[in-house]
Design a protein around this ligand. Structure first.
Ligand SMILES: [Fe+2]
Length: 232
């Protein structure tokens, strides 16, 4: 018995059976426009706001105390299961926001970023100059850079990795060969079709499915077709 035949009411709270990808027309440009808000949980709003607002430079946007009846809403729309908790929004750039909930202390387990369905890490995009500036800013404020700067995607997309005060793994990525101001994040990551076909062949031997995936590849021209990771 697979997930599709499982009755809905046997699903754990917050999950649903696997959807089927039906015969929609190929999509080569995204239907959505990016992140409205990415929501994270803390048990120390002040320290978390200090980190994102004052160290990472994300201006404050909105703050509120959530309502009552949280337990019911937690089931209905996935809200945190606590009444009247602080909830703040900051500006992460690119017309996207980061939302923060403050849980009561010791009332929820610590997340494991390496669990299935967990958020492994967040990478923020930066211009080449801001990438260098952010490294200085982090060091100045005593934030340890755990790894990098190092090329993580070809030909020269570099990253640094560090942790927020809650233990959430963060990354800042920059195309160090890219335009000084006009970040082309998608085009810089986009690979050529031949390489994509080879990569898909490593996860499936279903050539019809691979053709379907390629029909849904971005219509944008890759900035770096055929780019390979630098040696070493
Ligand atoms: Fe990453």
């Amino acid at each position: 018995m697979n997930d599709l035949s499982r009755p809905l009411d046997s699903s754990p709270v917050g999950s649903s059976p696997h959807p089927r990808a039906i015969n929609e027309l190929p999509v080569r440009a995204p239907l959505l426009r990016g992140i409205h808000h990415l929501a994270i949980n803390t048990d120390d709003m002040r320290t978390t706001l200090d980190f994102y607002v004052r160290i990472l430079g994300m201006p404050l946007l909105h703050g509120l105390i959530t309502g009552v009846g949280a337990a019911a809403r937690a089931v209905a729309r996935g809200n945190p299961p606590f009444d009247q908790i602080p909830h703040y929004f900051v500006d992460m750039g690119g017309d996207s926001t980061l939302a923060i909930f403050e849980f009561p202390q010791s009332k929820a387990p610590k997340a494991d970023r390496n669990s299935v369905a967990g958020m492994q890490h967040i990478s923020f995009a930066a211009t080449p100059a801001r990438f260098v500036e952010m490294q200085e800013r982090l060091k100045r404020n005593g934030v340890e850079i755990m790894f990098g700067p190092k090329v993580v995607l070809p030909p020269n997309i570099q990253s640094i990795y560090f942790f927020d005060p809650n233990g959430i793994r963060l990354e800042i990525s920059a195309d160090m060969s890219g335009d000084a101001a006009d970040l082309k994040v998608v085009e810089s990551v986009l690979m050529d079709r031949a390489t994509m076909r080879r990569e898909l062949g490593k996860i499936s031997d279903d050539s019809a499915w691979i053709d379907l995936m390629l029909a849904n590849m971005s219509e944008r021209p890759p900035l770096y077709p055929g780019a390979k990771m630098p040696a070493g």
